[in-house]
Write a protein that binds this ligand. Structure first.
Ligand code: ATP
Length: 358
């Protein structure tokens, strides 16, 4: 099937500054696709290239198989929802939603019927005649979504659309956005720097850093099998320990950690003995026990314990310079009975450690 968007070797320079380089990937039709990365990594720039607000410096962008280089923004089957909504303040909800349809030359009947449909879809029936200033942030956000989806774009670009909302509303809107995407079948390209937002909504995520693509995958792949140090560190919390490979068996490697202990880990690529890198292991894959557990473990001294409600986070010192964060669910284990200074074992869940070549 032809991808919705196909990016090939896309590059964007602003003067001497390289904002994007060698960006190559496809976005499937009907996908909820997220561009995720820290501030300044080039997410918005990539969105603007797809929308046609900026020109590429090199490379090509295809939209449903068609090269869009020379297509002006208003001729692309793409619409954008901006961070600040950009609603027309003097128009009411229905007029805001219908405006673009009028510009596109739709008939009055078609506009009325589509506006009603969109108002129902975003559950704003009772607010159709209110102006944006008479709506809450979440309601304004829903108007912006309805307005952008009204002309039936094939692709909807969403640039941090939830960032102006408070946390509770943001969490609620995540579910609504996902439902809207599923119901309309429009391909969503969603930009965020919030990893929880990305993990909770996306079919696939592209993780970016400093203008480069770092990894593409489902939320589970990105979290469980990060491709490199940046991804492991940026998505969720992890422990990163310098290590070198001492034995190789397919993708399973035995490696020596910086404190001299040895563990086995899964690698992302084929490796040779002697390869240097890091072991990444998530705090929730570790547990602290006073006695030697079955399976893989490391030894250390218990540092502090921080009570976090559902979990307790322990620090374990493997040696003077190396420490691990361990997260254990409260009420399930007796980890909380240990006290600082105790010698402890840190048990590693089966298959949880990853070896990454930086
Ligand atoms: P944020 O999450 O903060 O919005 P972002 O990942 O969307 O960040 P971009 O807005 O794409 O980042 O910017 C990427 C880089 O390109 C930044 O360093 C930015 O300063 C630079 N940049 C963006 N637009 C221009 C421009 N018109 N002229 C010069 N530099 C620009």
């Amino acid at each position: 099937m032809t991808p919705a968007i196909s990016l090939s070797q896309v590059r964007k320079d602003f003067g001497k500054f390289i904002a994007l380089s060698d960006v190559t990937f496809d976005i499937s039709d009907n996908e909820f696709f997220t561009l995720l990365g820290p501030s300044g990594c080039g997410k918005t720039t990539l969105l603007r290239l797809i929308a046609g607000f900026e020109d590429t410096s090199a490379g090509t962008i295809h939209l449903y198989g068609e090269e869009i280089e020379n297509l002006p923004p208003d001729k692309r089957p793409v619409n954008t929802v901006f961070q600040n909504y950009a609603l027309f303040p003097h128009m009411n909800v229905a007029q805001n939603i219908g405006f673009a349809l009028k510009m596109l030359g739709w008939s009055t009947d078609e506009i009325t019927s589509r506006v009603d449909e969109m108002i129902d879809m975003v559950r704003l029936g009772e607010f159709a005649h209110r102006k944006p200033s008479q709506l809450s942030g979440g309601q304004q956000q829903r108007v912006a979504l309805a307005r952008a989806m009204a002309p039936r774009p094939k692709v909807l670009l969403l640039d941090e659309p939830l960032s102006a909302l408070d946390l509770k509303l943001r969490q609620q809107m995540r579910g609504e956005l996902k439902t809207l995407q599923r119901e309309t079948g429009i391909t969503f390209i969603f930009v965020t720097h919030d990893q929880e937002e990305a993990l909770s909504m996306s079919d696939r995520i592209a993780v970016m850093s400093a203008g480069k693509l770092q990894q593409i995958g489902s939320p589970n792949e990105i979290y469980e099998f990060p491709a490199n140090r940046f991804v492991a560190d940026f998505i969720g919390e992890t422990n990163l320990i310098d290590a070198s490979v001492t034995q190789v068996s397919g993708r399973r490697v035995t490696c020596k950690l910086a404190d001299g202990e040895t563990i086995t880990a899964l690698a992302h690529q084929d490796l040779q003995i002697g390869a240097a890198g890091i072991v990444s292991v998530r705090p929730e894959s570790l547990s602290v026990t006073p006695t030697a557990p079955m399976g893989q473990s490391l030894t250390g001294t218990l540092g502090d314990a921080v009570y976090l409600g559902t979990d307790t986070q322990f620090t374990v010192h493997l040696d003077q310079s190396l420490e691990l964060k361990v997260r254990m669910q409260n009420g399930v284990t007796d980890g909380a009975k240990l006290t600082a200074g105790d010698p402890v074992f840190v048990s590693i869940a089966d298959g949880a450690a990853r070896f990454l070549v930086d």
